[in-house]
Each structure stands twice: as structure tokens, then as C-alpha cells.
Design a protein around this ligand. Structure first.
Ligand code: BG6
Length: 494
């Protein structure tokens, strides 16, 4: 159901990292859009927190400038109404200063929904939660949101979950994975569970393999400090790609209730076949971009130059072949790949159906291509089904592969909300369906950890790839040695 203002009670949203990159690029613009859509009730407050010694007015000036940079044609009076909700408190977490000021700001509002959003380095998650507990700021109707990556391994994730869990109950903890808030990711559930067509075919008997690609053209964009400690496996695969895989592979949940969906996703993660050291070698590829050219043709620096470092073992590209050891998916490979500085920005899920068991058509009719469903997450969100038809015209039967193509932008002429708009709304309403539960995060690490350990023990550097290409050639080999190819729209017929 779309959000309705009357369903939303006034709340306090406290954003730690209020002057940081995420607040600037995503959170403030998303909140502005909720204001614009009249989804922030009278009296709701946004309390930005960071170290800088800003007054309310100085922070609002900073936010105004940032929003003007990020929004296309913001409306002045909506912008001012929005800014007037924002106040600012300076807290220095490292030095443990400023908590009294935050307590004073929140005093008297204990009965309303209070949401803490920790848009800060994960090193601060534990200290902030502990301080919130010590200063009695954790109320009954309170929640905390943390950004991925949750930990750097299963062990550190468990520790972090313990620390946060000492202060907040599991149903108060919102572990955000913004991919789950994307419109087309939601549509994946609608496609599977709101149509009778696909579910009977959604299994090993009819599906040959599945591909999940999240390709970026950008490099590390000034986030090298963080990125070099994470790499593509921790930054993208452990969370975004494995979450997409869960939504594709899970059994139909009982309902859309948070735990029904999350129980099913957890079963998928638990059924992932672990990779032993020898299979890490054959089933994964890690790469790092060298200098090259962007899709527009401009020169692009290497990862090491972007980082300003002489050497780094950090991977900016990962491809992997996964297996889900359960009844539905036995023998169906899932190929995934993600990387920075690739040839094209595209995120998509490709369901490749099996060949027909028998053709009734003569050889002159041409090759029968098997059906393929392409779910395009971004850009140009949509769903495309490749089907065979008869080529028009008289004469012999000739078959042709054509797309049944549905572009969301063309079908619905409405603004596509950013994932953060939906997720912020869910946090306020207390709906955890699109947030990762503790056991999901830990199960995802169980699959990732042995790979990272194997890579760490391997003295060979990640394979180099030229910026602006599709990654190391071994990632092409990963799928081609199974007689399959990565989907590329440009190679499709029609
Ligand atoms: C973030 C990663 O979670 O997702 C970034 O930390 C990545 O490295 C980003 O660029 C991609 O998100 P989107 O929504 O632009 O596909």
C-alpha cells in the first residue's frame, strides 16, 4: 500500500554522520522527496549529528547548498519547510562529548518513534550504541539503522551484532541494504509471486542457469580509504548480490511479513554450497582495474592511481559460480559478477530457461533459442522476456527470437523513488521486511569467509583488467567453459 500521511505519527529521526557523504548524497535528498510527497507529518524532526560545531542555522545552510546540488529544481517553499524541521547537535563520539546536548534535544519526546540512523564508519557503531544506552536514549519505540558492511568477516559481524544487540532488541535493528529498496528488486517479488506464469517453471527442471550482474562504470570516487579495506566481495557480494540471489531463489514466503520473507532468504543462504580452497580457484575470479578508457572514451586511471598507492591486493571485480544445494535448484549454476570501471553501468538478473525437449520445426525454420527472462534493475528499469515467434511474411515457417519488453519508465510515467525514500519510510513505520536480519548477515559471511581466506593466503595479485572492459578474461572463461555466455543486451538479436 502506498504511504499515507495519516498513517505516520510525528517522529524524531537522528542522523549520525549528518555532514557525511551518505547524508549528503542519499539521506537528505530522500527525506526532501518524502517532504515533497507530503509524507512527513507536522512536528516530525530530523536531528543531524556530527562532530562539526554547527548551529542549527549553519547546518541548514550547508544542507540547503547540498540539496540544491543534488535535486533537480527543488521547490523553494518545500525546501524551506523541510529545512525548518532539521536541527543540529554536535557530538564527538571519539572523545565522548556532546551526549548531554543530544539528551536535552530528545527530552520530552520519549513517546514518539525515535529512529537513530548510523551513517558513520562501522568502527563507530558499537561506541554509539553503547553511548545511546548509557545516556538512556533508547526508548520503547526506538530503532537503530546501520549500513553495510556489517563486519569484515563472520566473526567481526557476530561481535558487532552482539554489541548492538546488548542495547537494541533484534526487532529494533534495521540493517540496511539499499538494493532491497530498489523498485525493480521489489518487482522481482511481484513478478514471481503475483503471477501464475513463472512459479511453476522456476526450478531446475526448466531453468538452465541464472546470472546476476551489477556492473558499475565509476571507480572508487574518493572512497578509496574505505574501499581498500573492503574490496568488491565485502562491499557488494556479501550483501547486495547475495540478497538479490536470495530473492530470486527463495521459496514463496507465507506472506510479506518481515520474518516470513527473511526466513526464506535465510534458507537460501544456508543452502549455498561452500567453496573449499580448490573450488575457490575454479569458481571465483578476482580482478583489479588498470588504466583504460571510460565508455565516453576519456582516459581513466588505474585503481592504484585512484588510491594513490604503489600496491594493493584489493579486488575491484568479483565473478563467481555458486550452487544452491536444495531440491529446487540442484544442478542449476548461479553466475554472479560485479565490478568497478566496467564497460557499462547495468544491474540485471537473467533467468535462462532450458532448451525445448524436442523441435517440431524443420531445420530451415532456424535455430530455436531458449527463452530468457531479463530483469533489469538499473538503468532503464524493466522486464524483458525473449520468446520465439514466426517471422512475418509468406513462404516457409521461419522462427525469430523477439523480446516482450516492458520498460517501467514508459509504462508508468511517475518518478521512480530512490531506494532510500522507501527504506526511510519503512524505518519510521517499523517494517523490517526489506532489512537484513542478524542470522542472514551471518549466514552470508559463512559463504564469503572461506573465499576471502583463500584469497588472502594466495600471494598472486588480483587479475588485472583494463578499465572500461568487462573484467578479467578469466571471468569470461568462468562461464564459457560451461558452454554458456554472459548476457549482453547488445549481442541480443532484435
Ligand atoms: C554501495 C557500495 O553499497 O553500492 C558502492 O558501497 C557502490 O561501492 C554502490 O557503488 C552501488 O549502488 P547503486 O545503487 O549505485 O547501484
Amino acid at each position: 500500500m502506498p504511504d499515507k500521511l495519516e498513517d505516520i505519527a510525528p517522529f524524531d529521526l537522528v542522523v549520525f554522520g549528518g555532514t557525511g557523504d551518505l547524508a549528503h548524497r542519499k539521506l537528505l535528498p530522500a527525506l526532501y522527496h518524502r517532504e515533497q510527497d507530503n509524507l512527513i507529518p507536522e512536528g516530525a524532526r530530523i536531528i543531524a549529528v556530527s562532530r562539526r560545531p554547527f548551529s542549527d542555522e549553519q547546518y541548514r545552510d550547508w544542507a540547503r547548498e547540498n540539496l540544491k546540488e543534488h535535486l533537480s529544481e527543488p521547490c523553494d517553499h518545500i525546501l524551506e519547510r523541510f529545512l525548518n524541521r532539521i536541527c543540529y547537535v554536535s557530538v564527538n563520539v571519539r572523545e565522548n562529548l556532546g551526549w548531554q546536548d543530544l539528551s536535552a534535544k530528545l527530552a520530552g519526546f520519549e513517546n514518539r518513534t525515535r529512529a537513530f540512523y548510523l551513517s558513520v564508519s562501522p568502527d563507530f557503531f558499537g561506541p554509539i550504541c553503547a553511548a545511546l544506552g548509557e545516556h538512556n536514549l533508547v526508548t520503547e519505540n526506538c530503532r537503530v539503522t546501520i549500513e553495510k558492511p556489517i563486519g569484515k568477516s563472520g566473526t567481526t559481524a557476530r561481535l558487532l551484532n552482539e554489541t548492538i544487540g546488548a542495547v537494541f532488541k533484534e526487532d529494533q535493528i534495521f540493517r540496511i541494504d539499499h538494493y532491497l529498496g530498489k523498485e525493480t528488486v521489489q518487482n522481482l517479488m511481484a513478478l514471481r509471486f503475483a503471477n501464475v506464469l513463472f512459479e511453476p517453471l522456476w526450478n531446475a527442471a526448466h531453468i538452465d542457469h541464472i546470472q546476476i550482474s551489477v556492473a558499475e562504470t565509476l571507480g572508487v570516487e574518493g572512497r578509496g580509504g574505505y574501499y581498500d579495506t573492503a574490496g568488491a566481495m565485502r562491499d557488494m557480494v556479501q550483501n547486495h548480490l547475495l540478497q538479490l540471489l536470495c530473492l530470486v531463489a527463495m521459496e514463496p514466503p507465507e506472506s510479506m511479513a518481515a520474518d516470513s520473507v527473511r526466513d526464506e532468504k535465510l534458507k537460501v543462504l544456508k543452502a549455498l554450497k561452500p567453496l573449499d580452497p580448490a573450488s575457490v580457484e575454479t569458481n571465483t575470479v578476482r580482478g583489479q582495474y588498470r588504466s583504460g578508457a571510460s565508455s565516453e572514451g576519456g582516459a581513466v586511471k588505474s585503481y592504484l592511481d585512484d588510491l594513490g598507492a604503489k600496491s594493493s591486493q584489493t579486488e575491484t571485480f568479483v565473478a563467481a559460480k555458486l550452487e544452491i544445494a536444495n531440491w529446487r535448484w540442484a544442478g542449476v549454476p548461479f553466475y554472479m559478477r560485479t565490478g568497478k570501471r566496467l564497460a557499462k553501468r547495468v544491474s540485471e538478473i537473467v533467468i535462462q530457461f532450458r532448451q525445448l525437449p524436442h523441435s517440431i520445426f524443420p531445420a530451415t525454420a532456424g535455430q530455436l533459442a531458449s527463452n530468457k527472462l531479463v530483469i533489469r534493475l538499473q538503468p532503464d528499469e524493466g522486464v524483458k522476456m525473449q520468446v520465439m515467434i514466426k517471422a512475418p511474411g509468406p513462404g516457409n515457417m521461419r522462427l525469430k527470437e523477439v523480446p516482450l519488453d516492458m520498460s517501467f519508465a514508459e509504462a508508468f510515467q511517475v518518478r521512480n523513488p530512490d531506494a532510500y525514500e522507501r527504506l526511510l519510510g519503512d524505518i519510521i513505520r517499523g517494517n523490517q521486511t526489506l532489512f537484513m536480519r542478524r542470522d542472514e548477515v551471518e549466514a552470508a559471511w559463512n559463504w564469503v569467509d572461506p573465499i576471502l581466506e583463500q584469497w588472502a593466503s594466495d600471494p598472486r595479485p588480483p587479475r588485472g583488467y583494463t578499465a572500461g572492459t568487462w573484467g578479467p578474461s578469466s571471468s569470461i572463461a568462468l562461464i564459457e567453459r560451461d558452454g554458456r555466455t554472459w548476457h549482453d543486451d547488445e549481442n541480443e538479436c532484435c
